[in-house]
Design a binder for this molecule. Structure first.
Ligand code: URA
Length: 207
């Protein structure tokens, strides 16, 4: 199983608790998801490569930092959009690629239906965004597509994960870093994470 980076921070756990709460409204859910996404992305970029630059302050010239490589955000449609909304303002020059993967509710198997990726991914820091790592089917499918398109540095940012999803990812893509706020005990018979927070896309978009 991949050892995920579990973000143990009081604010992360407070936002996660509100996301888990059944009666959190759609607007509140979105707000807490965005705040938690900012924290997760900050952790996911802790060792992001930077390039030294010189910067002129109003007083003197001094040393500063710039992005060393391009940053690509890849929300898995649709729930990943809820994370992207908060993360893009932190890296406004990032490229946003989209991967559409539906889940067959009967089999819980991933059904890829859309992909729009940049031509050059090889040198980029790629952040795959999906709030829930459940069976791992969607994440594995998205990572496979990204690698086929040339990606070599991939981090999955998810709010809640579970052992089944982490194991599936470890089996197919052990090189992927996972950053999450929680590893829940497991899945129910419909492949929803338990205790989880329900359907992240439905709760985020009010459907
Ligand atoms: N997708 C969700 O939105 N929630 C789960 O628990 C599993 C997959």
């Amino acid at each position: 199983m991949i050892s995920p980076v579990i973000v143990v921070h009081p604010l992360a756990q407070i936002h996660l608790t509100e996301l888990r709460r059944q009666h959190t409204s759609c607007g509140q859910f979105r707000w807490h998801l965005q705040r938690l996404a900012e924290i997760l992305f900050t952790e996911a970029t802790r060792s992001l490569a930077t390039a030294p630059v010189r910067v002129q302050t109003p007083l003197v010239e001094t040393a500063g930092s710039a992005f060393a490589r391009s940053v690509v955000l890849v929300p898995i449609l649709r729930a990943g959009l809820g994370l992207q909304e908060a993360i893009l303002p932190l890296v406004p020059e990032a490229t946003v690629a989209h991967v559409g993967i539906a889940r067959d509710e009967a089999t819980a198997l991933p059904m890829p239906y859309y992909a729009k990726l940049p031509a050059v991914l090889k040198e980029a820091d790629v952040f795959l965004l999906d709030p829930m790592l459940a069976t791992g089917g969607s994440a594995c499918s998205a990572v496979t597509q990204l690698k086929e398109a040339g990606a070599t540095r991939i981090t999955l940012i998810c709010v809640v994960s579970c052992p089944q999803g982490l194991q599936a990812l470890a089996a197919q893509h052990p090189d992927v870093t996972v950053v999450t706020a929680a590893v829940d005990p497991g899945l129910n018979e419909r492949s929803y994470i338990v205790p989880g927070l329900g359907d992240a896309g439905d709760r985020c978009f009010g459907t």
